[in-house]
Design a protein around this ligand. Structure first.
Ligand code: SF4
Length: 141
């Protein structure tokens, strides 16, 4: 649901980008890790460094994008739901981003790990076609 705050931000955003032709990001896409539990045939990004970015590093990136104007957050992996930093989970990142001022916080996942994440506005699950084609590419998911 659009709040008055979102509406006024988008009106100002539209004025700056359409009328004044300034380039301001509205979506921040942040990668949390390249770790993944799948080995999709087409994938060239999983488990290269098996890196899990720290909570502080992720929040720095999210703040940098916020300061540039982004208000919609997309969190990616690897497999996003494998991310953790000590006690911190993806839910903590979303809660902190919302406190910062992001209007909309979403995750992209392969859907193989419990999706107990009510903090997310949208959970996008990657598939590659119907069951037969998907399982050929992604394994039995
Ligand atoms: S789920 Fe995504 S990151 Fe993982 S192997 Fe498949 S395409 Fe790559």
């Amino acid at each position: 649901m659009l709040t008055a705050k979102m509406m006024s931000y988008m009106l100002v955003y539209g004025f700056k980008t359409i009328i004044l032709r300034r380039k301001i990001p509205v979506i921040a896409s942040v990668i949390l890790t390249d770790l993944c539990n799948l080995h999709c045939k087409h994938c060239s990004v999983n488990n290269i460094e098996r890196r899990i970015y720290s909570y502080d590093s992720v929040m720095r990136d999210i703040k940098t994008m916020y300061d540039k104007g982004a208000r919609i957050l997309m969190l990616y992996g690897g497999e996003t739901m494998l991310w953790h930093d000590g006690e911190k989970s993806v839910s903590d990142i979303i809660r902190a981003a919302r406190r910062m001022g992001y209007f909309n916080c979403n995750i992209v996942t392969n859907g193989t790990i419990t999706l107990d994440i009510p903090e997310a506005d949208t959970v996008l699950v990657s598939l590659d076609g119907g069951r037969e084609k998907n399982d050929l590419i992604r394994g039995r998911t």
